[in-house]
Design a binder for this molecule. Structure first.
Ligand SMILES: [Zn+2]
Length: 292
């Protein structure tokens, strides 16, 4: 999918203020999916850019999914799962409430699947009147034990939204990060201030994830990667914060007109951090307030 279509799509699904109902106007074609194997029992159902990656853990008592893309992707996700197991999906974990990660919830709930999210994501889902709010929500930490296997879920603090969690697979040495970590210039970092996101807290949140023991990292968008890339991403978040802070502080010291400072920060974010209209709309003003 081209970047401009990605932006229209993501704008339409409510990142800009809960207008997910407008989404069908932008087309409802399911995404083309491919599946990558991470371990004998762990797979990532991937597509370019949107919607987010789906991770699947296979056990002999059923499958645990992390994120379920848009509603129109449910059928294709289940078809991909069937390629590597005949087990039914039992749980789906939402890394956060955005509809490109939780849009399949309602479809899956009708099939008896239990949806798990942070308590914060549960709240945002209800506030935005999105269908498919979680059946099970937690504050800080929980485990899903299924078929003798263990998935660890952690809420480490604010980042992309106020309710992002990570799903950690200790036996597979893998972690699914959701949009706390997006990988590649085509899917830049987005701070959804309206959804409780924070650039200031983001790095401490990622540091807590980095303290876990893993090799493979599944980003919210982008291809699977490793801990070194997640560490680089954390540093890039610090650089972003510092640059915004410096530009706002310089503007204040030199009494530069606020609109001029704002357009300077916007240009820097577009050039150095690949922000597109979506990211500017969701993040610029919040960043300037938070980093001043
Ligand atoms: Zn998101």
């Amino acid at each position: 999918m081209r970047k401009s279509s990605l932006l229209k799509l993501m704008l339409a699904v409510g990142l800009m203020g809960g207008v997910w109902v407008a989404y069908p106007q932008f087309g409802t074609a399911p995404s083309k999916l491919t599946t990558q194997k991470i371990a004998d029992d762990l797979y990532v159902i991937h597509n370019d850019f949107v919607p987010g990656n789906t991770t699947a853990l296979v056990t002999n008592e059923g499958v645990v999914l992390v994120d379920d893309k848009f509603p129109q992707d449910t059928e294709n996700i289940l078809a991909e799962v069937k390629k590597f197991t005949s087990q039914p999906v039992k749980y789906v974990v939402n890394t956060h409430h955005h509809f490109d990660h939780s849009g399949g919830n309602a479809n899956l709930q009708k099939m008896g699947v239990q949806v798990v999210s942070s308590a914060q994501a549960h709240g945002y889902t209800n506030d935005l009147k999105q269908p498919g709010a979680a059946n099970i929500a937690f504050e800080d930490h929980m485990h899903i034990y299924l078929g003798g296997k263990n998935v660890e879920l952690y809420y480490f603090g604010k980042s992309h939204t106020g309710g992002d969690i990570v799903a950690y697979f200790p036996a597979q040495r893998a972690i699914a990060m959701g949009d706390m970590f997006t990988f590649g210039d085509a899917t830049p970092q987005l701070i959804d201030y309206a959804g409780g996101g924070s650039a200031k807290e983001w790095t401490a949140t990622v540091s807590r994830a980095l303290a876990l023991d893993f090799d493979t990292v599944v980003p919210g968008h982008g291809v699977n990667t490793n801990k070194a890339e997640l560490t680089k991403f954390r540093q890039s978040t610090i650089d972003l914060r510092n640059k915004v802070h410096q530009m706002v502080a310089d503007g204040t010291a030199k009494k530069t007109p606020p609109a001029q400072v704002r357009s300077g920060v916007e240009a820097m974010l577009r050039k150095d951090f690949h922000f597109a209209d979506l990211h500017i709309g969701a993040s610029l003003d919040g960043l300037m307030t938070e980093m001043r």
